[in-house]
Design a protein around this ligand. Structure first.
Ligand SMILES: NC(=O)c1ccc[n+]([C@@H]2O[C@H](COP(=O)([O-])OP(=O)(O)OC[C@H]3O[C@@H](n4cnc5c(N)ncnc54)[C@H](OP(=O)(O)O)[C@@H]3O)[C@@H](O)[C@H]2O)c1
Length: 334
């Protein structure tokens, strides 16, 4: 069941405890978050929930018990949840976002990244909901940064192509929708492998083994909490001003290669970094990546929208639960 105005609470009185049904205040602004079990979606769900929105999150394989389980390829299920919940805003975070998986399973990736996105946009238009489609800096080829929203995309890999086709499918089906392009993400992870940034932590921590790190691709690691805030601010601006639509860019502003991120992580935890080796050649394995797809964020900044967490602070907060040597925590917190 979506939403609801009653909640079961346990009430303790001397000698017994009982289950009681109580009225709860439900905010009148409703937001539906797809991909709410994923890295970004979890942060977006939390951000809306904590800021006076009635947020419902959808997941798929990891949905139960906290979120609604919806396969976005099932258009009947998508129609039903949107009709029942009547969201004012939909933040569409669900996607296949791993470039190498998209290359190996192109049809499945295209179904989710393109067809399901177009269908969601059509459903959103049907009830007048504002849809924010999350896209990527990988729509650009990285040869002429920084990129404005008006610059011509030219994705180098299939992931970037499916996301760009997803953008087109969204805007064709819903001319009031927004596309928000973002770069590589990090934040609170369930597993280190969830983010291309946090996955480096074990190589950083286990300093008895030397580790090669890419020092060719220029990146702008961006905290999911900041993207979530941008989504909420954009949604709230749009509630007041219907001209807020179209394509937007958001990004952290610290330029780093993976090697530099790994060194910054080591520095944040006071760990050695001499075992990390910068590799300056263009990677030959896996899907092609843009060298520098820096996003120009001035359009959102001019609207007064934005938040940037410094990388060292954000990465420390995200990674400390995975620190093997907990003595570091003792020296810091005691
Ligand atoms: N991660 C990055 O560095 C990065 C960079 C730029 C842009 N982006 C974009 O940001 C968005 C969020 O990325 P993310 O890193 O948060 O992704 P993620 O952690 O891989 O999460 C993907 C989400 O999609 C859901 N999903 C997968 N198949 C589904 C289906 N058939 N029906 C419904 N839901 C389905 C997953 O649900 P279950 O797990 O429950 O199955 C999960 O919640 C994506 O649009 C991505 O393209 C990400």
């Amino acid at each position: 069941m979506v939403g609801g105005e009653k909640e079961l609470r346990i009430r303790f009185v001397p000698g017994c405890c009982e289950l009681v049904e109580e009225d709860v205040d439900i905010p009148s602004r409703r937001a539906l978050i797809t991909g709410a079990t994923g890295l970004l979606g979890r942060a977006v769900f939390k951000e809306f929930n904590q800021n006076n929105w009635n947020a419902v999150g959808c997941g798929y394989r990891r949905a139960q018990p906290k979120f609604e389980q919806i396969n976005l390829l099932d258009s009947v299920a998508v129609h039903e949840i949107i009709r029942d919940f009547q969201p004012h805003v939909i933040v569409h975070c669900a996607a296949e976002r791993r470039p190498d998986v998209v290359e190996s399973q192109p049809d499945a990736a295209s179904q989710l990244n393109v067809a399901a996105s177009g269908n969601l946009a059509k459903e959103a238009a049907g009830i007048g909901a504002f849809l924010i489609y999350i896209s990527t800096d990988y729509v650009f080829d990285g040869t002429n940064p920084p990129y404005k929203e008006t610059d011509i995309p030219n994705p180098l890999n299939l992931y970037g192509k499916t996301k760009l086709e997803g953008e087109k499918a969204v805007l064709e089906n819903n001319d009031g929708a927004a596309v928000l392009r973002i770069p590589v993400l990090y934040g609170e992870v369930e597993r280190l492998e969830e983010s291309a940034v946090t996955v480096m932590f074990d190589k950083v921590q286990f300093s008895n083994k030397s580790a090669n790190m890419d020092h060719w691709q220029q990146r702008f690691p961006t905290n999911v909490k900041d993207v979530a805030t941008v989504c909420r601010q954009l949604a709230e601006k749009r509630m007041l001003d219907p001209s807020i639509k179209g394509t937007f860019h958001w990004s952290g502003n610290e330029q780093m290669t993976k090697y530099e991120m790994a060194c910054a992580i080591a520095d944040a935890f006071n760990l050695p970094s001499s075992h990390l080796r910068p590799i300056t050649d263009c990677p030959v394995m896996g899907a092609l990546r843009p060298r520098n797809a820096q996003l120009d964020c001035s359009k959102l900044e001019m609207l007064g929208i934005g938040q940037r967490t410094p990388f060292r602070a954000g990465i420390k907060e995200s990674l400390w639960p995975f620190l093997v040597d907990k003595r570091w925590r003792q020296t810091v917190f005691h």
